[in-house]
Design a protein around this ligand. Sequence first.
Ligand SMILES: NC(=O)c1ccc[n+]([C@@H]2O[C@H](COP(=O)([O-])OP(=O)(O)OC[C@H]3O[C@@H](n4cnc5c(N)ncnc54)[C@H](O)[C@@H]3O)[C@@H](O)[C@H]2O)c1
Length: 372
Amino acid sequence: MAVVAVELAGRSYEVLVGEDLLDSAAVHARRFIEPYGKRKVPVVADREARHHHGDRLAHSLATSGHEIAWFIVEPGEASKSWVGLQSLVDWLLDQGIARSDHVFALGGGVVGDLAGFACAILKRGCGFVQLPTTLLAQVDSSVGGKTAINTALGKNLVGAFHQPSLVLADLSTLSTLPARELRAGYAEILKYGILGDSVFFEWLEERGDAVLALEPEALEHAVTVSVSAKARIVAEDERETIGARALLNLGHTFGHALEAATGFSDRLLHGEAVALGMVLAARYSARMGFIAHGDAERITGLVDAAGLPAEIAALNLGCDGQSLVGYMLHDKKMDAGTLPFILLHEIGAAYLDRNVKLDDVSAFLDEQLKVH
Ligand SMILES: NC(=O)c1ccc[n+]([C@@H]2O[C@H](COP(=O)([O-])OP(=O)(O)OC[C@H]3O[C@@H](n4cnc5c(N)ncnc54)[C@H](O)[C@@H]3O)[C@@H](O)[C@H]2O)c1
């Protein structure tokens, strides 16, 4: 098991990464469970995560004499809604949750974001523990304190920064994750190598297959390096005010346009859009002369080898570069009239560029839409 500390003034917490952590959750999370005494411990759970892994958590809590009160969340983005939030908050109030209590969130980013936001506003903020069960949640969404729901106007538009008190990333939960979801989470692992760690990037070129095959040692290494990278960036720029945290958006500006063009549907999962977005950011960086074309193609090769989409032309979007740029302009990350892009000086060295010319991006995308 690896332990990664997220160092934040007054609110530091640990992320534990390892196999079978849910089986010993009562030990690792003892100080958050004990205060429940005879009350049931509230667990907000994705339906699939509850089905596959809920019993292990329940057995562990039973060893310390605790029962669980389950709140089941239906899989899918639609659960991250005002309605979903309202019913969760009402349920938590009904459970008599006090400000000093901790709510447990078992599932992927949907459950983590929803439960985290409910905990941010419940009685002006109660505690929560993340038990992420998707690769994306383990390496990204469960760490860093961003919580949110979606509204009719877009994704993650209403939310709060609210850090968990503990994260248990149980790698054995990934064995039941659909392969496509696993690859989507793997895209975020690639992101950490591409944006800030060329050694890790090279390691992924060698060992990426083993990570995707869930080989324990390789998987633990990849998740731990990723969580450590996120922890470092979050510690430096918790609320995304000085630019460091913005680097985590590598691939997201292009990716957002692709998600919008495919209607935020199953046609393209978020992680898949980020993967292709990173290829586009790398190729655009090469076009601007910032990185070598060969490096952009190494990134493309790694994305492609993982079975992630690497060519925009293959998506048959039926739109042009200008309309993709139009989608980007509606992204909430648009700041003071400029559209910040995360580009690359080299593999492992991303930077925030506020001077990108949108006409040029549009022309670049037109070229990419043709090439295949
Ligand atoms: N807060 C952040 O910093 C942050 C960062 C990135 C993404 N997000 C958010 O995370 C969400 C996406 O998260 P996600 O990719 O984890 O998706 P998700 O929560 O929708 O889970 C994906 C699918 O996997 C299923 N599932 C979960 N665990 C499983 C398991 N162990 N076995 C089998 N099936 C399982 C779910 O039922 C669901 O169908 C988005 O809403 C996104 O906005 C938040």
